[in-house]
Design a protein around this ligand. Sequence first.
Ligand code: GLN
Length: 494
Amino acid sequence: MDKLTHLTIEDALAGLKNKDFTATELTQAHIDAMEANRDLNAFIVETPEIALRQAAESDKRYAAGEARPLDGIPFANKDLFCTEGVQTTAASKILEGFVPRYESTVSAKLFADGAVMLGKANLDQFAMGSSNTTSAFGNVISPWKATDGKDLVPGGSSGGSAAAVAARMAMGATATDTGGSIRQPASFCGIVGIKPTYGRCSRWGVVAFASSLDTPGPLARTVKDNALLLASMAGHDPKDSTSANRDVPDFVSAITGDIKGLKIGIPKEFKLDGMPAEIEKLWEQGMAWLKEAGAEMVEISLPHTKYALPTYYIIAPAEASSNLARYDGVRYGHRSTESKTLDDMYKKTRAEGFGDEVKRRIMIGAYVLSAGYYDAYYIKAQKVRRLILQDFEKAYETVDAILTPTAPSGAFAIGENEDDPIKMYLNDVFTVTANLAGIPAMSVPAGLDANGLPLGLQILGRAWDEETVFKVGGVVETAAQFSAIPQAIMKKAA
Ligand code: GLN
């Protein structure tokens, strides 16, 4: 059964159709892998009963010749997506015990297409972080190991989703990307992830972090598997007023391998001072691959790039402080039992329920929104956000897509960067601009660093043009031939 967990979604669908194995067998193999890898702490809640029930329904549909697009495919659901009847925590104590009475649009769509939920994946608390060390349910441990044997972070915030996919516990996963949370864990774990255009996937039923930036999307091991998942997750939803009423293109057909004549932008401002040589080398390798495939590299300028991180770390906390005001102990989850007055109850509930990073963001957010500072910080950041968007619009007058590294390094050890929040925020230097501009961006594994750990390349596209991102991503994937397997599962297979 071990082999079943190594299949791509594409091959598993073919095998199911061909009756080589059943959805129940495929699901059971993944449940076994999930149990064998509990030491990675990738799941907050496992839902094997739901998975096996859904798989049995898939098997009936296969038998009746009525299979749906993702019938029988086991996936991990980031615990930020509300699931009807299954605890949803956003990895925070404040939501412990919260059982939604409704299903997020994205997971409902996956279910409607026959996908099978293995469990709720661990994440950084309220999706705030780049290391999955802010979860109230413990760190996720990457299936990749440092050369000295130290445990590494899987990246964040979708760390549980990425670790589950990389360790072959799940064939794919839901994730969200507010400032890089799909792409950076994809890069750290050696898998593929796409943040679609803002508005492509509904945010309805996704616990809110920063509403103007939050973007649901998929994680999987190949570009095509991402296309299959995104096709199911995307689409207009009247329940989310920012969801776009546009047709969903055929992402799978976009992966033609043909990029002849495409112009790929190389933003000179992304060549940061002090960028590690191996990251620069990987980037150059990426350019060479695309050139070889017939694309033209064009140097472009995105002059406001240097303001992207500070802009993001004003806007995201501002929106978070407003979104998280709803956790007052009255309507959801945790309520302090220590308090005597209503005011006291609010304060104690929030003090007990939120983790340190979440509190830090709420304080920054409340500060930049407060009278006297609002114009200097929040309004200024909104203006800079517009300039960043205009930089991209101008660049896309001459280029079709943009190539950059995904993250400034490979995975780091758990505990590293912990006492210096600014250092942690620097991880997002290449990813936040896509969120501020609302444009699609994908990370594709492209090589290994000096420690044998995965590194990703990022492909950014025009708004609503995920097709070009998939096309270019497919070419990078074919050229890179990334086939390294995390040590954790090699050890277990031995
Ligand atoms: N690392 C970024 C942050 O901490 C992005 C998180 C995300 O995309 N959800 O805010």
